[in-house]
Design a protein around this ligand. Structure first.
Ligand code: ACO
Ligand code: ZN
Length: 322
């Protein structure tokens, strides 16, 4: 999806300034009307308070703003990345400001005012003067539909660096800790669908190769790719769901999209006790993925070269509420 296409100049406000970044807005957000027609809305990088000018913002930062990180518990820290868990009922203003900011990059309706039923997981980068927002996701405190994420956004100036994947991985890590496989709230945006499908594909391929080898280190292992004595891999979809945190329906859809299954019955996948993956098809998928990762032209061309943010599960300091 071309961002140029999205930022057609119709969005109100047309641009926001946050920290060092001036970002063109993709869609409009319901900021109070007197803020919508400014050429640029100036946001406080810490509390996301919106102001009409750089001067007003400078004064806010100097005199008023008490925050240098999101108003919640730091539940993850690794290198310069931290995740804060912010409760919508105790930090209403911050969470509303965060939802307004996210709306600028989301075309479907999102909530802005009714933030109390949600927790917000805010990914920040630590710098000398504070923790700067990279992206976030929101999650219902209680979800009857087992949604483990309602809304996700990476600020456009930080997109395609792996932070979206990091946040999705984080949402599934929480689901694994809760022993409750989950799924994102629908509808997904085009970018949301691309990012989820890429994540689910890797999760399924990693899990299957770990099942064969007992460890993901050998993931791209040449020995598996060339080994011919294995014709199929048997597993249950609920086993896969509990160890990935990904709901069975999404796993079934991914296995089908990747055409990995040996189909032997018309029964819906989720209801079957055991599934068989065709080892030669899995081998082919792993080879394709290795080729793309090595960037040897074709589908690999144009891939990013930046170092990707990787989630370290050991760095999570969090326990589910019981
Ligand atoms: N084009 C093609 N593939 C993409 C794109 C894109 N623009 N963006 C992500 N992907 C896929 C790629 O496979 C990518 O891996 P690669 O870069 O190695 O090819 C993979 O997703 C991971 O990308 P990340 O860099 O981790 O994702 P990013 O930090 O850019 O965030 C996000 C993705 C959150 C969807 C971002 O695009 C965004 O904020 N968009 C606007 C808001 C939005 O649409 N949110 C989702 C709404 S749906 C919901 O909230 C439930
Ligand atoms: Zn502030």
């Amino acid at each position: 999806v071309g961002v140029a296409e999205l930022s057609s100049g119709l969005a109100l406000p047309p641009a926001v300034q946050i920290g060092q970044h001036r970002i063109s807005c993709w869609y409009s957000a319901p900021y109070p009307s007197e803020y919508l027609h400014l050429a640029v809305l100036h946001l406080c990088p810490f509390c996301l308070h919106y102001t009409k000018s750089a001067n007003v913002l400078a004064r806010h930062l100097l005199k008023t703003c008490q925050l240098r990180h999101p108003p919640g518990n730091e539940i993850y820290r690794r290198t310069d990345l931290s995740v804060f868990e912010v409760d919508g009922s105790s930090a209403k203003v911050y969470c509303r400001n965060l939802c307004l900011l996210a709306k600028l990059f989301l075309d479907h309706k999102t909530l802005y005012f009714d933030v109390e039923p949600f927790l917000f997981y805010v990914l920040c980068q630590r710098r000398q003067d504070g923790w700067y927002l990279l992206g976030y996701f929101s999650k219902e405190k209680r979800s009857a539909q087992r949604y483990n994420l309602s809304c996700i956004m990476t600020l456009p100036c930080y997109q395609r660096r792996g932070y979206g994947r990091f946040l999705i991985d984080f949402s599934y890590l929480l689901s694994r800790r809760e022993l409750l496989p989950g799924t994102p709230e629908r509808p997904l945006s085009d970018l949301g669908r691309l990012t989820y499908q890429a994540y689910w594909t890797d999760a399924v391929l990693d899990w299957l190769s770990a099942k064969v080898f007992g460890s993901t280190d050998k993931l791209e292992s040449a020995s598996f790719i060339s080994c011919t004595d294995l014709s199929s891999i048997e597993f249950s979809i609920s086993e896969m769901a509990y160890s990935t945190g990904i709901e069975a329906d999404d796993l079934a859809g991914t296995l089908q999209r990747l055409e990995l299954l040996q189909l032997s019955s018309a029964q819906p996948l989720q209801q079957r006790q055991q599934l068989q993956v065709d080892a030669s098809k899995l081998r082919r998928r792993l080879l394709d993925r290795r080729r793309v990762r090595q960037g040897s032209g074709g589908a690999g061309a144009g891939r990013r070269t930046v170092e990707l943010a990787k989630l370290d599960e050991e760095a999570l300091r969090w326990a589910p509420v019981v």
